[in-house]
Each structure stands twice: as structure tokens, then as C-alpha cells.
Design a protein around this ligand. Structure first.
Ligand code: ADP
Ligand code: MG
Ligand code: ZN
Length: 654
């Protein structure tokens, strides 16, 4: 449809709607009895009380008619959320079995109801569906203000099945939210005692930690409707539309109390005002202002709780956090070992797991995974098991699932030339050997030259514990290990490739933070020069000395970073030169076998010849990888550490 015909459709639809609305308003004066959707369905399907049905987005209205077609009762309910037209059609298809009912979508004339019902209901359904579909289509294309709020963006869900038991490993958060649930269940009880309940709850945490899940669980536990909208939905709009949407959303919520309004990614609209680079932000500000106005407009203890989620609390407008607005803040963090185990168990509930799977082990090596990543890992494992024609999900699939979540799927089919292969093998062997030699690096679980994601190969190390605090030594070792790939290329290929760019990025990142944030450089002292946040447009723009320090300090920072990296480079070169034969053997095994695991790495580090290792692998072929976790429990730091001769610089630093 081109723009012009779209406009014409719009004009026609608008004229028709205006006419219909006029008639509708004059006709419907009796107040509706608000019922739950379950009750509504039972009136409709079981009790046969409804002869005329009006669907307006998710506002459902039903009429009981007497023999003469006069209205004797009116019921209203909030309908189920429909994600697609197909769902919608499938749902209203049920009405075919109820010939006594006429179905009207969008503001239709009640008088026409009798005409409708004389037609075959199926024809009626088809006609109104087509009209509905047209409206949806033009609304999607044109983004018209008045239509899109209920048709497109805000979703309402009734009878959510999510419960607190579906959210694993977050007991404190659940406790804090239990109060909100209580309130939603019986707002009057709290009002009678004059208790002030927060009107806004802000969930703060990294992506995938279950913020949305939590909000849904609150609605599910309390059995109230869940209105959700994403902050980013407001932003793409024309001026004035965002604010209107907010108003519509709150109006709709007020009609359906008690309920929850959930604003996801609130940072998209809730950014500090006045941070814009001149113009272009008015729309966002208007939307934000409207949210503030609406939240202030609540009568005390109205049965509405506004929940919002963000992972960037620091950029929110302070006005949002004031009392009466989002004055309750709940931090949702990445799960710890125990939390991960529980999350895995929750998501394994409906999956057949092999009896030898130990979630403790899986939880242990998935430090840093979010709830969403853990759910994803189980899903990947299930897919792998299904593809392999297995009946249950075993350790092998879980292990591969972890890799897939961490690094993207393997790309076995990518064509790799022999010389590329050799180069990658040395690069990865460089990383792996250094990871084993440096005392503070995490144990190596897998080294591979099979491309994954954007990397040509990978060396997988996983922490043994959930240590969140990283020490100076650990960081230094990490930098050294990350340079291993590049150093190996320098030593062996005597040329350097572009393969190390991600490594170098990582290295300078750590070094910069050591100097500017963690006070780990004597020269610059215990001063935080940078904040943790990436600079976002507007907030710090135009502020000449960005972090608030001088040109000289900036130069000193740069030279300190360079010193850290070049010292690590010297150390890595020394270590790899001293252990050249290990690296040679490892890369030969890699070229031959592509992927090696803990055991092989350990053999090689103890000085095993590549032939010996390849023979070992061939002997074990097939049985070797049934439980990749089994070999991981052996601490892998026992070998060759003493070969590491401390360099002068290290003595000075430590
Ligand atoms: P967020 O909104 O914080 O980005 P979501 O709530 O969308 O995260 O989480 C995405 C998915 O991850 C959820 O649907 C759920 O399957 C899983 N998940 C996240 N955290 C948990 C948890 N604590 N317990 C169980 N599942 C979780
Ligand atoms: Mg979310
Ligand atoms: Zn690398």
C-alpha cells in the first residue's frame, strides 16, 4: 500500500468509526458489570448469557438480550492478550459454535447487532476480522496515535500463570515483592489502616536476570491484570504520541484496578532531562513528564502498582526516583552458584534429564551466566539431544550448550586453509599454555581451532569459584594470557595477523580500568579517574576534561596503561620462549584433532609428545566425551608452575 491509499483507508475508517462511535455513545448508557475474564468466558460459553459481543482491543463487552432484542444486562471484561492476528482468528473461531451470538469488533452499532445476528455468524466473523485486520495494518504502518496504544504496543495479560516459584534463587527479592502482592490482593485492607504502599517499584539489574519474569510473577501471584509496555515503544513516535500513549495506558489501568503496569526498559524514556544535544529529545521528555504526572495523579492507595525495569539506573532522571514515584528499588543481580543451580532445576522441570547430570557441577562452571543464559543453555542442550536422537539430555549436551551460549555456534563448515589452521592453532596454544603457566588464571577446559561466532578458535577457561573480586595478580595474569595468542604468532609465524584484535581490545580494557578505576597504579594513586559508565551522549558531552582531569593526567594514564601491557608482553614472550616445545606439541595436536580438553592439556603441559597425546585421544575416541564435566574436577594447576621465572618487573610490582 502506498502512502496515499493508506491515507484514504484511514480517512474512510475514521469517518466510519466516528459515525459508529456517535451511535454507540447514544445507545449504551447502562453501566456494565465488570467481571473477570474467566467469568466472562463462562457467561459466554457455559451459561449462554451473552447474545452480543463487542471486542475493542482487549475491552470485551457482552450484552444479555431479551426475546425482543432489548438489552437487559451488560458485562465488561479485559480480554486475553493476542499476539497475532492468527491467534485472534483462532480464538474467535470458537464463536462459530455459538450461533446465538453476534460478534462485533471495534465500535459497532448495537442496533446493527440484530442485523448481524440474522446473518450467518461466520460471515460476520469474517467481515469484522477483515476490517480489524485492515485497521491493524494501517496502524502498524502509519503509527496513528489514537489506535496504536491498545492495538499494538501495550499488552495486557490476564490470569498469568507465572508464580514466584518460577523465579529461582532470589529469595530476598521475593520477600520484598510479597508485600506488593498482598496489597494488590486486597488494597482496601491497607487503605483502611492508612498504610502507604509504594506506587512504583523499580527493578534494577543486568539483562536476563529475570526482571520481567519477576513483574509477571507479582501479577500472577496477585491474580491481577498485567499491562506492559516497553520504554523504547515510546521513543520512535511522533511528537505527542508517546505522552498520549502513557495517558491511555494509565486510563486503561485505572479501569481495571487492581492491576500492574510494567514499563520495561524505562531508561529509554526516563533519561535525565535536559541531557539532549539540542532538539530531538522533546518527545522523550514529554513522555517522561506524562509518566510523572500520571504517577503523581494517583489517589492514595489506588490499586495500581507501576513496576519498571532498567539496567541503567544511573542515567534515570532523578525525578523518577522521588517519593511517590519509583521509591522502592529492588536490585536483581546475576545469580550465584546456588542461584544458578536452582534456576537450572526450574528450567529442567519439564525436560527429561539423564540421571547422571549433576546441576551442582553445571552451576559451578557457569559463573557469570544470567538466568536467561541458563535457560538458553538448557534449551540448546535439549535441541542437541533431540538432533542426536537421544531420549534424555546428558552431560555432553549440557557442556556443548554452555559453549554455544558463551561463544555462538561452531562453524564447522567454514573453509579454513591449512596455513590458517596452523596459525590459529599456534594462537590458541599460546593462550592455553600461558593460562596454565600463570598461577592466577582460571583452569583451561577446552582449546579449539573450530571457528565459533566471530572467533577463528577459542581457549575456554572457566573460574572454579564465584570470586567477584579480582586481585591485581589475577588481572596481570589475565592480560598476559590474553596476549598469548599474539605473542605466539610473533614467535612462530614471525608475522602478525589481525586475529588478535579482540584480545588486544580486551587487554587494553583491563589495563585502563586497573589504572583509572581500581587504583592499581602506584604512579596515579588511589584515585578513580573514570566512572564505570560508558559516556553516553549528552550527559558528559561538551565537558572538555571528560573525567575531570587534566591533559597531563591523561598522558600519565596512557603511559601507565602502556607500561602494564608492555610488561605483560615481555613476560608472555619469555614464558612462551621457555615453553616453546609445549606450544609446538599442542598446536600439532590441535591441527590434527581440532579440539582438546582438560586431560590433553594437562598431558601436554607435563611435556607429553604430540604423538602420545594423539594416540591417547584416538584410544579414548567415542567414550572420551560422554561426561566432559568429569575431568574438570581435577585441579589443573599442579604442573610446571615452577618453570615460571619471575621477572624483575614482577618483583617490583608485587
Ligand atoms: P530481564 O527482564 O531481566 O532482562 P527476563 O525476565 O526477560 O530478564 O528473563 C528472561 C528469561 O530468563 C526468563 O523468561 C526466564 O526463562 C529466565 N530467567 C531469568 N532469571 C530467572 C530466574 N531467577 N529464575 C528462573 N528463570 C529465570
Ligand atoms: Mg526484560
Ligand atoms: Zn586470541
Amino acid at each position: 500500500m502506498n502512502k496515499r491509499s493508506k491515507t484514504i483507508v484511514w480517512i474512510v475508517v475514521t469517518v466510519v468509526l466516528v459515525a459508529l462511535v456517535g451511535v454507540l455513545i447514544s445507545e449504551i448508557l447502562g453501566a456494565a458489570t465488570q467481571v473477570s475474564f474467566t467469568k466472562f468466558e463462562s457467561l459466554l460459553f457455559e451459561e449462554g448469557k451473552i447474545q452480543e459481543l463487542y471486542l475493542d482491543g482487549f475491552n470485551w463487552t457482552g450484552y444479555t438480550l431479551d426475546a425482543n432484542g432489548n438489552v437487559i444486562a451488560k458485562y465488561a471484561a479485559v480480554g486475553p492478550e493476542m499476539y497475532s492476528m492468527a491467534d485472534y482468528l483462532a480464538y474467535i473461531g470458537q464463536f462459530e459454535n455459538l450461533p446465538a451470538i453476534s460478534v462485533n469488533i471495534e465500535f459497532a452499532d448495537p442496533n446493527a447487532g440484530s442485523v448481524w445476528s440474522s446473518l450467518t455468524p461466520i460471515l460476520g466473523v469474517v467481515l469484522v476480522s477483515v476490517m480489524f485486520w485492515l485497521i491493524m495494518r494501517s496502524a502498524a504502518g502509519g503509527g496513528n496515535a489514537s489506535m496504536s496504544i491498545n492495538k499494538q504496543k501495550a499488552h495486557v495479560q490476564n490470569n498469568l500463570k507465572v508464580r514466584f516459584s518460577d523465579v529461582a534463587g532470589a529469595e530476598e527479592e521475593k520477600e520484598e515483592l510479597a508485600e506488593v502482592v498482598e496489597f494488590l490482593k486486597s488494597p482496601k485492607k491497607f487503605a483502611a489502616l492508612g498504610a502507604r504502599i509504594p506506587s512504583g517499584v523499580l527493578l534494577v539489574g543486568p539483562p536476563g536476570t529475570g526482571k520481567t519474569l519477576f513483574a509477571k510473577a507479582v501479577a500472577g501471584e496477585a491474580g491481577v491484570p498485567f499491562f506492559s509496555v516497553s520504554g523504547s515503544d515510546f521513543v520512535e513516535m511522533y511528537v505527542g504520541v508517546g505522552a498520549k500513549r502513557v495517558r491511555d495506558l494509565f486510563d486503561m489501568a485505572k479501569k481495571n484496578q487492581p492491576c500492574i503496569i510494567f514499563i520495561d526498559e524505562i531508561d529509554a524514556v526516563g533519561r535525565r532531562r535536559g541531557a539532549g544535544l539540542g532538539g530531538g529529545h522533546d518527545e522523550r521528555e514529554q513522555t517522561l513528564n506524562q509518566i510523572l504526572v500520571q504517577m503523581d495523579g494517583f489517589e492514595a492507595n489506588e490499586g495500581i502498582i507501576v513496576m519498571a525495569a532498567t539496567n541503567r539506573e544511573d542515567i534515570l532522571d532523578p525525578a523518577l526516583l522521588r517519593p511517590g514515584r519509583f521509591d522502592r528499588r529492588i536490585n536483581v543481580n546475576l545469580p550465584d552458584v546456588k542461584g544458578r543451580e536452582q534456576i537450572l532445576k526450574v528450567h529442567a522441570r519439564n525436560k527429561p534429564m539423564s540421571p547422571d547430570v549433576n546441576f551442582k557441577t553445571v552451576a559451578r562452571i557457569t559463573a557469570g551466566f544470567s538466568g536467561a543464559e541458563l535457560a538458553n543453555l538448557l534449551n540448546e542442550a535439549a535441541i542437541l539431544a533431540a538432533r542426536a536422537g537421544k531420549k534424555t539430555i546428558g552431560n555432553l549436551e549440557l557442556y556443548d550448550g554452555i559453549n554455544k551460549v558463551l561463544m555462538g555456534p561452531q562453524k564447522k563448515s567454514r573453509v579454513v586453509t591449512e596455513s590458517d589452521k596452523r596459525c590459529t592453532a599456534y594462537h590458541e596454544a599460546g593462550h592455553a599454555v600461558l593460562a596454565c603457566l600463570c598461577k592466577h588464571c582460571d583452569p583451561v577446559h577446552e582449546v579449539s581451532i573450530i571457528p565459533r561466532g566471530r572467533a577463528a578458535g577459542y581457549t575456554m577457561t572457566r573460574p572454579e569459584t564465584d570470586d567477584n573480586d579480582v586481585s591485581y595478580n589475577k588481572l596481570i595474569d589475565n592480560i598476559c594470557m590474553s596476549l598469548g595468542g599474539r605473542v605466539a604468532e610473533e614467535l612462530v609465524i614471525q608475522d602478525i595477523t589481525t586475529g588478535a584484535s579482540a584480545d588486544l581490545q580486551h587487554v587494553s580494557d583491563i589495563a585502563r580500568r586497573m589504572v583509572t578505576q581500581w587504583g592499581m597504579s602506584e604512579k596515579l594513586g588511589l584515585v578513580a579517574y573514570d566512572s564505570d559508565q560508558p559516556v553516553f551522549m549528552g550527559m558528559e558531552y561538551g565537558n572538555q576534561s571528560r573525567g575531570g582531569y587534566s591533559q597531563e593526567t591523561a598522558a600519565a594514564i596512557d603511559s601507565e596503561i602502556r607500561r602494564l601491557v608492555s610488561e605483560a608482553h615481555t613476560r608472555a614472550t619469555k614464558l612462551l620462549k621457555a615453553n616453546r616445545s609445549i606450544m609446538d606439541n599442542m598446536s600439532r595436536v590441535l591441527v590434527e584433532k581440532e579440539t582438546i580438553y582438560t586431560e590433553e592439556v594437562a598431558m601436554l603441559m607435563k611435556g607429553a609428545d604430540y604423538k602420545e597425546v594423539i594416540a591417547f585421544m584416538e584410544e579414548k575416541e567415542g567414550t572420551h566425551r560422554d561426561n566432559p564435566f568429569a575431568t574438570m574436577t581435577t585441579p589443573s594447576k599442579e604442573h610446571v608452575v615452577e618453570e615460571e621465572k619471575p621477572t624483575e618487573t614482577e618483583n617490583k610490582d608485587e
